[in-house]
Design a protein around this ligand. Structure first.
Ligand SMILES: Cc1cc2nc3c(=O)[nH]c(=O)nc-3n(C[C@H](O)[C@H](O)[C@H](O)COP(=O)(O)O)c2cc1C
Length: 258
């Protein structure tokens, strides 16, 4: 038991990161049943679908689980109301201002964690009363901080600067990397990519195979003009890289993404 497991009411200090298209009720409930904290990734869901996944998760586990809500999306407010109404135990918010909903959620007894990638955002989280911080280094799959700070550097910097528990995300996938995070002062880990390729993940099988096949140097951070994201170096990545190298504007890149 440590500060994080006490806070979340889980056996192991392992959070399965919320992941669009990957982490629905099946993955979240499997992780929670196994003693970690499973998160439903709401970013790719409509309100109806989110409600369905929350209901199914409550049916599949009696352990705590959470919902990840990227605050950048226009439907974030509606999702906040849904998790309040459904009495979800934990919210992990990301990509936005933690001041907006933290106290509202906490007034319903919901624990709030927020994902950050730099010191300024971590201090902001603490000042607005967030319960724990997920410090996500540049190694992470999915969207990423523009600063490109590694988990190795970010974790101890945040641990030394705040009093609330810190969770390391980015590049953690086994016992050795978990051990490293704890050595740096983290109270837990948030793991994404390793769970995205699990059988309970709802990601497309071809995506899972590509991730499993990928090796050293096969991903790259791109699209920093929009919102930085780690891409597999496939044909689509090459198109993006060509456009970025030739100075494409944010709008042009947005068009390419569709
Ligand atoms: C396919 C994929 C989708 C992701 N989607 C989200 C998301 O919707 N919201 C979010 O806060 N983080 C998202 N993440 C980040 C994860 O929650 C987690 O913090 C990150 O994957 C940890 O790094 P790792 O991939 O090295 O384990 C995503 C990651 C991946 C790989």
């Amino acid at each position: 038991m440590n500060r994080l497991t006490n806070l979340l009411g889980v056996k192991y200090p392992i959070i399965q990161g919320g992941m669009i298209w990957c982490s629905g009720w099946k993955l979240a409930s499997a992780v929670s049943n196994a003693g970690g904290l499973g998160l439903i990734g709401s970013g790719s869901m409509t309100p109806d679908i989110l409600c369905e996944h929350i209901d199914k998760c409550f049916s599949a586990t009696n352990k705590p689980f959470g919902v990840n809500i990227p605050l950048i999306f226009s439907h974030a407010e509606e999702f906040i109301e849904i998790v309040r109404k459904k009495k979800v135990h934990i919210v992990v918010s990301s990509a936005g201002n933690p001041a907006k909903y933290t106290q509202l959620l906490q007034s319903d007894g919901i624990k709030v964690l927020h994902v950050i990638a730099n010191l300024k955002s971590a201090l902001k989280c603490e000042s607005v009363g967030v319960d724990a911080i997920v410090a996500e280094g540049v190694e992470a799959g999915g969207h990423n901080g523009r600063e490109e700070t590694t988990s190795m550097v970010l974790t101890p910097m945040i641990v030394d600067s705040v009093k609330i528990p810190v969770v390391t995300a980015g590049g953690v996938y086994d016992g050795k990397s978990m051990h490293a995070a704890f050595s740096l002062g983290a109270s837990g880990v948030q793991i994404g990519s390793r769970f995205a390729i699990s059988s309970e993940s709802s990601a497309n099988q071809l995506f899972k195979e590509e991730v499993i096949k990928s090796g050293d140097g096969d991903t790259q951070l791109a699209l920093k003009k929009l919102i930085a994201v780690r891409l597999l170096k496939n044909e689509f990545y090459k198109q993006i890289k060509d456009r970025e190298d030739s100075g494409a504007s944010a709008d042009e890149l947005l068009n390419l993404l569709g």
